[in-house]
Design a protein around this ligand. Structure first.
Ligand SMILES: NC(=O)C1=CN([C@@H]2O[C@H](COP(=O)(O)OP(=O)(O)OC[C@H]3O[C@@H](n4cnc5c(N)ncnc54)[C@H](OP(=O)(O)O)[C@@H]3O)[C@@H](O)[C@H]2O)C=CC1
Ligand SMILES: O=C([O-])CC(=O)C(=O)O
Length: 270
């Protein structure tokens, strides 16, 4: 496999490290797309790992390299800037920044690009689980979904919560947002991709209720949700450990993307 990666932050670095480890299938080549000012530093960082790697700075250059699969790990703006051109070029893309789809215009643009290119936009489960069952239940009729995301106060820094309350002074679990999954994904682009993923697998971005909480007692990122439907009811709680490079991103996210990549390299998909 020739793998493309957009962005070289926390998730992308975790991915390259895991892919380069001597366990499990590994791509033959990686092409990374980073900002121009990051090109040299990224090339240097990649020199010490065993997978052949090149670094480009334009979506067109990544498309021209013809990777078999691209994973986007660059946030909502990075996804909007680069993913449409890749889909239009017929390249399948795993969109980690799922909350970017809360922008209807971008959602339409990505869908049209995938159709025009005959490519697929793949939404990974990311830091949450149970997407398979939720999506299956949604195919069978009406589904009700409520989601609650709990993170330590520091994980909400740089978000609207930091303007509304003093995060350093939070002493107990404090709600910082209630609303729809669409509102959450747009207001918390680095923290509510899970809400968007659940909503898209479930009753939709405007019909999914979301509560976000800052809790000094939280040791990681906790995602819990409740599903009610005519076919099955379930609740799920996931206690995620934070990733080393970015506390607001759960460690499991990189593993979920790794699964998407390796499923493309294996005769049996699971
Ligand atoms: N689906 C899920 O469950 C989850 C999804 N996410 C999503 O994944 C994203 C990435 O997470 P994480 O790796 O932890 O975040 P980081 O901030 O560590 O990494 C993001 C990287 O993307 C780069 N980037 C941003 N814009 C562009 C661009 N236009 N072109 C190229 N590179 C760009 C940044 O570079 P620079 O420093 O130069 O800006 C940075 O290196 C999050 O922003 C979030 O949207 C996160 C957690 C869970
Ligand atoms: O990684 C997580 O726990 C979830 C997250 O940041 C998001 O949903 O954007």
């Amino acid at each position: 496999m020739h793998l493309g990666i957009i962005g070289y932050g926390n998730i992308a670095q975790q991915l390259v490290t895991m892919l380069a480890a001597p366990k499990g299938p590994c791509p033959e080549r990686i092409t990374l797309l980073v900002r121009p000012e990051r090109q040299e530093g990224t090339a240097q960082a990649l020199a010490d790992q065993p997978i052949a790697a090149q670094v480009v700075t334009q979506a067109q250059a990544l498309a021209d390299a013809r990777p078999d699969l691209v994973v986007e790990c660059a946030g909502h703006a990075g996804a909007a800037a680069h993913v449409p051109a890749l889909l239009r070029a017929g390249i399948d893309v795993v969109l980690v920044s799922v909350g970017a789809l809360a922008d209807d215009a971008l959602h339409d643009r990505l869908r049209a690009a995938a159709e025009a290119g005959g490519a697929h936009l793949i939404l990974p489960a990311g830091a949450v689980g149970g997407i398979d069952l939720l999506s299956a239940l949604s195919g069978g009729g009406e589904v009700e979904l409520t989601y609650r995301g709990i993170k330590p106060p520091a994980a909400w820094s740089g978000t609207p919560a930091a303007q509304a309350i003093d995060l350093d002074a939070v002493t107990h679990a404090t709600p910082i947002f209630t609303g729809t999954a669409r509102e959450a994904a747009r207001a918390f682009p680095k923290n509510a991709n899970v809400a968007a993923t659940l909503a898209l697998a479930g009753p939709g971005l405007d019909a999914t209720r979301v509560e976000l909480i800052a809790d000094p007692a939280a040791s990681g990122n906790l995602h819990s949700y409740e599903v009610r439907s005519g076919i099955a009811n379930y609740t799920m709680t996931i206690e995620n450990k934070p990733s080393a490079g970015n506390a607001r991103t759960s460690l499991a996210t990189g593993y979920s993307v790794l699964r998407e990549i390796r499923n493309r390299m294996m005769p049996v998909i699971l």
